[in-house]
Structures are given as structure tokens and as C-alpha cells.
Design a protein around this ligand. Structure first.
Ligand SMILES: *Cc1c(COP(=O)(O)O)cnc(C)c1O
Length: 371
């Protein structure tokens, strides 16, 4: 049997090569590399695709998070609730604005932030909550928005893994005050380098992010606030505009593969992802959970199937964030997920044969290890 890589960006490039090369060439001919109509066009298209009033392109998903937090007024001493089971960037951004990350547990079925655990960590200093649609799986946004209303919290949706995921017949990102996206090359919508965006319906907030990303300018020579160089460049915007036209069909393809995996694994000795009611995930990743993870992992990889781990060390166990861990925090579910999770290949260009091969290899490995 041939190998199945964990992801295959070259297959995607081959399928859209001509359009991509024309788009990049257009930017090179224009010699307009920063800002300009290519970026504005992408921002309009991305706002439309996510049903947001405004989209602002920025340099990466981490910058999107910290600019969103800063523009929403989160500052030194504020506490921000986030799941421990996420990529480090979510917590880094909180620290970059001087706020305090408060790590909470995950739900054992959906693997997204546990709303009960979030509620248990709210106190008088809590100003904001960051639901992370991890793996592309929508958080329970009705419950989170209700909780935020009661406690007057700002909601920043970390949608870095969840482009076009839906919840209650609306795109995720439209529930909180602002949503943040990453276009890291391996994300569902990936640039040819680093890029990110925020979306919001709040015009003031989007204006503040626009100002912060470009040195705090209010005019060419006037710097109104201390800003950053966190702009998205035009080559990335051009590439992303081409790819955005395919994103809905790529997302459907990911969902189709997830259905096949779900059907094949539902009776097997492993745990699959559950979605919240009314949620339609975008399947950036397809996580399974198994006992004896190391043995299963070894058998899967030696059979030629590429896998990833998301994430083997929850943030409350990372050296960088040790100073923020409250001694009485119960984060047992995130720890259990971190010990048992394996991400299987899931990308739109996978062939039926590759999907069948992954299924066969995973079923054989779990049956042998657990049986
Ligand atoms: C990728 C990712 C980010 C950071 O995005 P970058 O573009 O790599 O800076 C933030 N949060 C989550 C959940 C991510 O997966």
C-alpha cells in the first residue's frame, strides 16, 4: 500500500495552479504589495462568506487575536477565560495585551470548552471569554453567549480552525463580539505564508483593528495610538481570494470524509468527536481518542498513514504558562484528551482509496491494541 500523508498542500496547488499564478503575477505587476484594492477585495469577500459586516486582514491568526482583544478594550489585570486545550497562540494573545489567561476544562464529547467549567472560573475581574472552535467543531455558542450576557463578558471567537463551520444555521464567528481567523498554510483556508483576519459586526471595533494593524495611524503622518505592523500583504490577499472561491466545496469534501470515518469508527473501540446540537463542523482536523495511544500511533504510522497530535500538552501544563495556573483548577478532561488524541488525515483532495486505507489501518491498529 502507498502512504497517506497527514496533509498534502501540493495536491491542492496542482488543482488551482493557473489561477494562483495569475493572481500572484497580478500583484507583482502592480508592485503594490501592502494594502490596496487586492486586500480590500479579499476583505469584502471574506466578510460575505462569513456573513459578517466587516473583515480586516492582518498578518497572522495570533495577531488577529491580540488586536481583537486590544480593540475590545481588554487590558492589564483583566481575566480572560479560555480552554486549556487549544493552540498556544490563544493564550499568548491574552498575555500580549497584559491580561491574565484563566484556563478551563473541555467537554468530553465535543472536546470544545466546557461551559460549566467556564462559569465556575468567572469572578469580578473576568472581562472576556474566548471560545475556541477547536478541530473546526463549533462551541456551544447559545450557552456561551447566554453566560456572557449574565456576566457582561466580551466574547472573542477563536475561529482559526473553523472557517465556514456553522451553528444554528449561521456561520460561527457571528455569535460573539468579534471572531479571529488564521490563514496559516495548513488551515482550511491557507495563505502562501502567514496571514489572518478578524470579522465583526461592530464598526468601531473593526476601525480600531484597522488602525492598530497599521501603526496606529489616523492619517499618513499622524499616529493616533501606539499600533503595530500587523498588516496582511497583497500577495497573501491575492492567493486567499482565489482559494476562498473553493472553500465551500473544500469544506463539503472534508465533511464527506468525516461522515465516512464516523460510519466506519462508530462501532470500533475508539472515541470519535461529537458535535453540539445544531452544529456543522468544518473538520480542520479529525481527532479520534484511543487507549494506549503510543502503541496505536506506532502501528498507524508504521502502516504509512501520517497523523498529528492536537494537542499532547494542554496549556496549563506548558512551561510558558505555569505562572497562570490556579492550584484548585480541575482540568482532568483536557488532560485525558491530551493523552489519548490522534488526528487522522482529512483534506479535500484525499481520494476514496486513501480514506479507505486510513480506515483499514486504524481499525486494525485499535483492534490489535485493545483486543
Ligand atoms: C493556528 C491557530 C492560531 C494562530 O494562528 P497563526 O496564524 O498561526 O498565528 C490561533 N488559534 C488556534 C486555535 C489555531 O489553531
Amino acid at each position: 500500500m502507498s502512504e497517506v500523508p497527514f496533509s498534502d498542500l501540493k495536491a491542492q496547488y496542482r488543482s488551482i495552479r493557473r489561477e494562483i499564478e495569475a493572481a500572484i503575477q497580478g500583484v507583482v505587476e502592480s508592485q503594490r504589495f501592502i494594502g490596496g484594492s487586492v486586500l480590500e477585495q479579499f476583505e469584502r469577500s471574506f466578510a460575505e462568506a462569513t456573513e459578517a459586516r466587516y473583515a480586516v486582514g492582518v498578518s497572522n491568526g495570533t495577531a488577529a487575536l491580540s488586536l481583537a482583544l486590544e480593540a475590545a478594550g481588554i487590558r492589564e489585570g483583566d481575566e480572560v477565560i479560555l480552554p486549556s486545550l487549544t493552540f498556544a497562540a490563544t493564550a499568548e494573545a491574552v498575555c500580549h495585551v497584559g491580561a491574565v489567561p484563566v484556563f478551563v476544562d473541555s467537554d468530553p464529547d465535543t472536546m470544545t470548552m466546557s461551559v460549566q467549567s467556564a462559569e465556575a472560573h468567572i469572578n469580578a475581574r473576568t472581562r472576556c471569554v474566548i471560545p475556541v472552535h477547536i478541530y473546526g467543531n463549533p462551541c456551544d455558542m447559545n450557552a456561551i453567549v447566554a453566560l456572557a450576557m449574565v456576566h457582561d463578558l466580551i466574547v472573542v471567537e477563536d475561529a482559526a480552525q473553523a472557517h465556514l463551520a456553522r451553528y444554528d444555521d449561521r456561520p460561527i464567528g457571528s455569535f460573539g463580539d468579534v471572531a479571529t481567523y488564521s490563514f496559516f498554510p495548513g488551515k482550511n483556508l491557507g495563505a502562501y505564508g502567514d496571514a489572518g483576519a478578524i470579522t465583526t459586526d461592530n464598526g468601531d471595533l473593526s476601525d480600531r483593528v484597522r488602525q492598530l494593524r497599521d501603526h496606529g495611524r489616523s492619517g499618513k503622518y499622524v499616529h493616533e495610538v501606539i499600533g503595530y505592523n500587523h498588516r496582511m500583504d497583497a500577495v497573501q490577499a491575492a492567493v486567499l481570494s482565489v482559494k476562498l472561491r473553493y472553500l465551500a466545496s473544500w469544506t463539503d469534501a472534508r465533511r464527506g470524509i468525516a461522515r465516512k470515518y464516523d460510519d466506519a469508527f462508530s462501532a470500533a473501540d475508539l472515541q470519535i468527536l461529537s458535535t453540539a446540537s445544531g452544529a456543522d463542523a468544518s473538520y480542520h482536523l479529525y481527532p479520534i481518542r484511543v487507549e494506549h495511544r503510543d502503541s496505536v500511533l506506532e502501528m498507524i504510522t508504521s502502516a504509512g498513514v501520517g497523523v498529528g497530535l492536537h494537542y499532547p500538552i494542554p496549556l496549563h501544563d506548558q512551561p510558558a504558562f505555569a505562572g497562570f495556573v490556579k492550584p484548585d483548577s480541575d482540568l482532568a478532561t483536557s488532560e485525558r484528551i491530551a493523552r489519548s488524541e490522534i488526528s487522522l488525515p482529512i483534506y479535500p483532495e484525499m481520494t476514496d482509496g486513501q480514506v479507505d486505507q486510513v480506515i483499514e489501518v486504524v481499525l486494525a491498529a485499535t483492534a490489535r491494541v485493545h483486543g
